[in-house]
Design a protein around this ligand. Sequence first.
Ligand code: SAM
Ligand code: SF4
Length: 362
Amino acid sequence: MNSSVALGIPTVRSAVPDVSGRPKTPLLTDRFGRIGRDLRVSLTDKCNLRCQYCMPEEGIQALPNDRLLTDDEIVRLIGISLDKLGIEEIRFTGGEPLLRKSLETIVGEAATMTNHLGEKPELSLTTNALGLAKRAQKLKDAGLDRVNISIDSIDRENYAALTRRDRLPDAIEGARVAQEVGLTPVKINAVLMPGVNGDQASPLLAFCLEHGYQLRFIEYMPLGPRGTWKREDMITAEDILEMLQKDFRLTPYGDTVRGTSPAELWRAESDDLPAGDVGIIASVTRPFCGNCDRTRMTADGKIRNCLFGDSEIDLMGMMRDGATDDEIADRWRGAMWIKKAGHGIDDEGFLQPDRPMSAIGG
Ligand code: SAM
Ligand code: SF4
């Protein structure tokens, strides 16, 4: 079997979740009392980069168009999540969501809706920012609130080695224009891979402080090509802090500002740069599963209650078979009810999910 097939999209494992014991609440609650408020919508599994921690060099077998949710289907599911399930905020992701030409239309439709608080849902985008410079103003006008941009190195050659594409100037320009048009705060996501961009912690923070971006390091998780992640080689949150402390004074904010956010935050100061915040999302070494409020929709209309879970509940099929909004909402509640307590990456016997990150939606 070649690796593009090995990384392809798995079949649906569970068509109807067991909801025995579920309380009568419209919300996306689970057996551990967590409530899903934050919807991650993957708009495509395709990407124009090949980040080593996410995709194999040859890419992955993309979903055929007829297995992708249409714009109308995505908008309908977003409406159901806001009207019936208590979702408050929505993040568009992928693959690379800017590859979806209708992104502005989908954002525009979502921006006309209200959540259960009677407010427009907060709308954000996680992107590699290639081509964002041209679209940022249109996205802002459509109702997008802010962006998270993946830039894992500010050294051009190093970025090209990590992403396998020489596109750093485009990503930097995308971030600049996003800030200019008010898609703020601009957050920069970075994953450090040992032996690839492991020395980029301080240069990235200096770059972000200089430009007023909020940097978030994400611990490297076992979601890319199989066999590339080794627990013992991982650059941990502790390692990142140690590297940063050589160049910056860091003061922890503590749990007061964390809430359901997975990032732990520090105030970063130095003698020659503006002060700013830096975060670390320590998904592996300090998991935050107990506070998780996410529900994920893949580009082919499956609900995943966890990045790492083995359960996928299909909404696209039932929608195409004529299900009503109430029936779809009920199935979605069931999908979240069976969410496990934690992902267990750091446990012995942990099994990597079949889907790679680019096909789940990070
Ligand atoms: N293409 C967009 C981007 O890169 O921002 C959105 C999709 S990407 C899958 C979403 C996020 O997942 C990115 O911030 C990326 O760094 C992160 N990611 C991908 N693979 C990862 C891994 N193995 N471990 C940790 N984070 C990962
Ligand atoms: Fe593409 Fe984002 Fe994955 Fe990089 S992390 S390969 S930009 S989907």
